[in-house]
Design a protein. Structure first.
Length: 186
């Protein structure tokens, strides 16, 4: 194989050098005599399985979802959700030193709380027609007892349900309905 005296270079113009300090041939690694190393036998590739055709319009594929609740007393809600249920504060929104909103996290889930501005009246009902379902592998009895000690009204105590979960339900201090559950084995 005839070779020019020019050494191979990369896209930045630098000489390409093999591990022994010699310049690489343009076609790949060098053999013992400076010749290109033989290429390995080509492998037969298995055909890739065909991807299923997605329906049009395509169904929604979410990575996460969070809820936002308007509360009457955000400091009380912070104590309840933080100390009572075990969420931690991921973000705080304050105006002139006054807490107006929070993003709370538990595992990969987020819950946003916002201080009510009372534009719709101070006596409005919260939580009607909405229930948040929260899945955990933790001890539901312990969570229920802890939540009750921080002001939750337990509406259903932990029990195994006929649909294959153990669950309990509570109302938070603002009347929002939450149900905690874990799936039963077998």
């Amino acid at each position: 194989m005839a070779r020019s005296g020019k050494k191979p270079t990369n896209k930045n113009g630098a000489t390409v050098v093999d591990a022994s300090g010699g310049a690489k041939a343009a076609g790949g690694t060098t053999g013992s005599a400076g010749e290109p190393a033989p290429r390995p036998a080509s492998r037969t590739r298995r055909p890739r399985p065909e991807r299923p055709v997605r329906a049009r319009p395509e169904s929604l594929r979410l990575r996460s979802m969070s809820a936002s609740l308007t509360v009457s007393d955000i400091e009380r809600a912070l104590v309840f959700y933080g100390k009572g249920l075990g969420f931690y504060v991921a973000q705080r929104w304050e105006t002139d030193g006054k807490l107006e909103g929070l993003t709370l996290r538990a595992g990969v889930c987020e819950l946003n709380l916002a201080q009510d501005d009372w534009a719709k009246g101070r006596e409005r009902t919260r939580g009607e027609g909405v229930r948040l379902w929260l899945e955990t592998v933790q001890d539901l009895d312990a969570i229920a007892e802890r939540a009750e000690s921080f002001g939750a009204v337990i509406t259903e105590w932990p029990a195994d349900r006929s649909w294959g979960v153990r669950s309990f339900s509570l109302d938070d201090p603002d009347g929002y309905h939450l149900s905690f559950f874990h799936r039963l084995e077998g």
